[in-house]
Design a protein around this ligand. Structure first.
Ligand SMILES: *Cc1c(COP(=O)(O)O)cnc(C)c1O
Length: 451
């Protein structure tokens, strides 16, 4: 046990952590991070840990980047917070303009909030109210995809599909229509269908044929499902969903909370498949991983439907568009230009691909999935995806503990190890991340073999 009134002791005495079984948390030693330096986190004893998951998929250019630090400090000398309700401020305006210049398709309006879940709640509410205020037949349902993740508030959970996170709350959800994205296509209708390895678009077409006319929107994480286990859609799948959605007249809502800001190798995931969403949710990387900020972007057509008496969008948060966070977000975008982040990322993506290729041969490794600068390594018995470990073995957690002993912070999704380093990670640091991941897997495999 930690000594009385140490930081760790008081944490275990007073705090309640997110997504955490507190019984396990209290029983095990915990790291107290007091500092950071570039891609490293530093604990209270001065030990350095490579930040292999970008402090939960958010950090892009490293910790304590001088430009973001300076932007926040300069803003502190002006005003730390002022409301967006009835007032405005320069950083929110400037950032809105920059986001719209970068955003895919016809997105033209920025609505701020402070977390990814809020960005998605806002997307749902905007879409829902849009149909009420358009002169078209009413559309009230959302279509979402099995195993999706859009955040932990009740609305975001309603369109989510991860049962382990949401089953306790099922009776609170609004009804949604879901399609199963995991069914491989066997419909035989398209010329190359039997070998296309797409999740069955026929399945989606069947659901759309039945419900298309009553759908307010279709919600999807573009290119891959993140929290759902880094599950990558076949190339072209997201675009096909977009095209089918538009054919049925519903709004296409993309959740770029995890994929936005360079993670897939382009600024936004939509760019890979030329997708033009009607609404887009952003958060995580928007401030480079420094401060809580989120944004929901919508098209002018949607915005126009909210003009006039009785059409107000009644949504807002106290810290909507916080100036410090907007200043950090602007500095984040400046760094993309100054450091040519996306250009310099391409060889790192290639290095990650090659490193992962070597991990394929390791024991327990049943599958490796990568898109851009995100990877998921799925562990299973006898390297067989059909033979998952029993959940209570907590194999993913065992591996991240071994990685931690070797100076690398990872966080698994069950038995999927996630590698999602800062975009700015160096060649040597990335090599270390891959090497330690391999060693940690090897070490757990040996311990399991001894049991
Ligand atoms: C993390 C995440 C969210 C939720 O964002 P929070 O800021 O944690 O609320 C929503 N959608 C996706 C795809 C995410 O990865």
């Amino acid at each position: 046990m930690p000594t009385e009134h140490s930081l760790e002791f008081d944490d275990k005495r007073y705090l309640w952590h997110p997504f955490t079984q507190q019984q396990d948390w209290e029983a095990e030693p915990q790291l107290v991070i007091t500092d950071a330096d570039g891609c490293y986190l530093i604990d209270q004893e001065g030990k350095r840990y490579l930040d292999g998951v970008s402090s939960l998929w958010a950090n892009l250019h490293g910790h304590r980047h001088p430009l973001i630090n300076a932007a926040i400090t300069q803003q502190l000398d002006k005003v730390a917070h002022t409301t967006m309700l009835g007032l405005t401020h320069p950083k929110a305006i400037e950032l809105g303009k920059r986001l719209i210049e970068l955003a895919p398709g016809r997105l033209s309006r920025v609505f701020y909030s402070d977390t990814g879940a809020a960005a998605m709640e806002i997307a749902l509410k905007q879409a829902f109210q849009y149909w009420q205020q358009s002169n078209q037949p009413q559309r009230t349902y959302f279509l979402s995809i099995t195993n999706a993740y859009h955040g932990d508030t009740v609305g975001a959970m309603s369109i989510g599909g991860m049962e382990i996170y949401r089953h306790a709350y099922t009776s609170l959800f609004f009804p949604t229509i879901t399609v199963d994205s995991t069914v491989p296509c066997t419909c035989g209708n398209q010329p190359s269908c039997t070998d296309c390895h797409m999740p069955c678009l026929d399945e989606l077409e069947r659901v759309l044929a039945r419900h298309g006319h009553e759908l307010a929107g279709v919600v999807i994480e573009p290119l891959f499902q993140g929290a759902g286990g880094i599950r990558i859609y076949p190339r072209g799948y997201t675009r096909a969903v977009w095209e089918m959605t538009k054919r049925h007249g519903a709004l296409f809502i993309v959740d770029e909370v995890a994929t936005g800001f360079g993670r897939t190798g382009t600024m936004f995931a939509c760019e890979h498949e030329g997708i033009e969403p009607d609404i887009m949710g952003l958060a995580k990387g928007i401030t480079g991983g420094y401060l809580p900020l989120a944004a929901t972007l919508a098209t002018e057509e949607i915005y126009q439907a909210f003009l006039g008496p009785g059409r107000t969008f009644y949504h807002g948060h106290t810290y909507t568009g916080n100036p410090l966070a907007c200043a950090a977000a602007l500095a984040n975008l400046d760094i993309f230009v100054q450091e040519q982040t996306l250009h310099r990322l391409q060889p790192r993506i290639e290095q990650l691909t090659q490193g992962l290729e070597q991990l394929r041969a390791f024991p327990l490794v049943a599958d490796i999935r990568q898109y851009g600068f995100v990877a998921g390594i799925e562990l299973a018995q006898q390297k067989d995806l059909q033979r998952p470990f029993p959940a209570e073995k907590k194999v993913g957690s065992l591996v991240i503990k071994e990685a931690r002993r070797r100076g690398v912070i990872l966080r698994p999704l069950s038995d999927v190890l996630v590698l999602m380093p800062p975009l700015a990670i160096s060649e040597q640091e990335l090599a270390l991340l891959i090497q330690v991941t391999g060693e940690a897997i090897q070490s757990v495999a040996e311990k399991l073999a001894d049991e």
